[in-house]
Write a protein that binds this ligand. Sequence first.
Ligand code: OGA
Ligand code: MN
Length: 289
Amino acid sequence: MPATQTAYRTLKVSPQPGGFAAEVTGVDLSRPLDPAVLAEVKDAFARHAVLAFPGQPLTLDQLEAFTLQIGPFGDDPYVAPMEGHPNVLEVRREPDEKVTPFGGNWHSDWSFQSQPPAATILRSEIIPPVGGDTLYCDAAAAYDALSDEMKARLAPLKAIHSASRAYGPNSAYSRELSLRAMPIIVSPEAEKTFVHPLVRTHPVSGRKALFISPVYTVGIEGMAPNDADPLLGELYKHLVQDRFVYRHQWQAGMLVMWDNRCTMHNALGGYDGHRRVMHRTTVAGETPV
Ligand code: OGA
Ligand code: MN
């Protein structure tokens, strides 16, 4: 889909240069959306992949209700949900924490599931006065920019995804559980693997995107690690070039919705000594093809 600005009747959509990520105003997400407005939100989402809505201090009930208009809840393993809100996670870092932020490496949420979440919705509650930005990378533009030779080489490949590096018994999180405010769940279940096409096609936009990440991709099916690791490394280096990355700066009461099918994201730190609190839902996705 072209990244050009389209005319919306209700929304004001201001894309970043290049069309990846957009700020959206002119809508109140705390109330049920009119079908025409919801269609505009979905259209903007398909075009820009990351939508930031400033000035939306939704309650948890409102966050859940907005999420359900986008799609059914996804299944969130490895982080205990909020009390009374089984589909909301609290992403929290306390002022005295020294460990990397939750989500502090490039990833696409829960890509190790057989049907990874289509979208994640994150609403900020407390934003530190410095740092705490989130980086988003445009995995569709990164795919488009590959050479024809590389595209042909990647076309038949399947990537192996697993939660083991993050949530397995020997993971980084497993060694830091007592140092974090977040209720992370470490489990042998995390060692399970799922295979997905290395290049997936977006079900709405029809665009192809690289579907791999250094956190959750642990190999390529049928390829020795000696061959797979350098190829994955080359693709990660390609993906996170500045030209494909949008750096998001938060304000309190902002809602950001991102498409896990064609992006990776990375939570930056830089706010030790300050609290950061966000609330998060996921929208169920489909089997990647
Ligand atoms: C997440 C995540 C990024 C952030 O919630 O999945 O990666 O900036 N969060 O908190
Ligand atoms: Mn994440």
